[in-house]
Design a protein around this ligand. Structure first.
Ligand SMILES: *Cc1c(COP(=O)(O)O)cnc(C)c1O
Length: 248
């Protein structure tokens, strides 16, 4: 059975079903606590390091969206899942080299990690060349303003890395659709403090870009706090699929 591409053992399927039940309950409870409708929050299953069979099993359990952070891993996984009949929405959530743009735009429905004008330009060119519809893009925003880490910089005039220039570049690209913002809480920050600051940035951003309503924030450890501060998409890996052998 393990020889069949996309196949998953029954015990693994049961494990994923149990994880999914727990994560869905956490999301529902967080929505209730925040006075939000459960339908406002989409679960993205982050399947990095896990095989295509897990993607197939999760879509069979009703998961509609999956996330991956490395092109070398995601491209063959998406092909294998598709061959097994699984067609979730693929979110690319990792740091993206411009020379990988051509590959990513072939399978990704959403790229969540655009944090420079140069990357937006490369993705637009790649999307225009190989896609028949615009690619949904989230601008990844830095919560702590540390330029050395990922994320566009709110309130900073840098022409390549500033949040406004990056958003304008995406919004002005025929091959891309500006869908919203993504962020990761900085290491060492209380989630409440991080997501409160993100909510302020998101509010100002939506005043300029009213159609860009997606806010992707919250992971296994902090999804409740993110939902409390308005996340529309949570990206959950380990709480759903198990601890990854290497942390990344
Ligand atoms: C790995 C990853 C996640 C999921 O993290 P967990 O803690 O396993 O839920 C979410 N977002 C990004 C950008 C990631 O790289």
């Amino acid at each position: 059975m393990t020889d069949i591409p996309g196949a998953v053992r029954p015990d693994r399927r049961a494990e994923l079903a149990a994880g999914l039940t727990q994560v869905r309950a956490r999301i529902a409870d967080a929505c209730a606590a925040a006075g939000r409708d459960r339908g406002e929050v989409t679960l993205i299953a982050v399947t990095k390091t896990y095989p295509a069979g897990d993607v197939v099993a999760l879509t069979g359990l009703g998961v509609t969206d999956v996330g991956e952070n490395r092109d070398q891993e995601a491209a063959p996984k998406a092909a294998e899942a598709a061959a097994a009949g699984a067609a979730p929405r693929w979110h690319f959530i990792g740091q993206l080299q411009r020379n990988k743009a051509r590959s990513v735009v072939r399978y990704a429905d959403v790229v969540q990690s655009v944090d420079s004008v140069r990357l937006a330009v490369a993705l637009d060119a790649a999307a225009a060349a190989v896609r028949d519809r615009p690619l949904d893009v989230l601008v990844q925003v830095s919560i702590d303003g540390d330029a050395a880490r990922g994320g566009a910089l709110p309130g900073v005039g840098d022409p390549d890395r500033g949040l406004d220039p990056v958003a304008e570049a995406v919004a002005g690209s025929a091959g891309l659709r500006l869908a919203g913002l993504m962020a990761v809480a900085p290491l060492g920050w209380e989630p409440e403090r991080a997501f409160a600051r993100l909510a302020e940035v998101a509010e100002r951003f939506r005043a300029r870009h009213p159609g860009a309503t997606v806010l992707s924030a919250g992971m296994s450890g902090d999804l409740e706090s993110a939902i409390g501060y308005g996340a529309t998409h949570v990206r959950v890996g380990s709480a759903l699929l198990g601890m990854r052998p290497t942390l990344r």
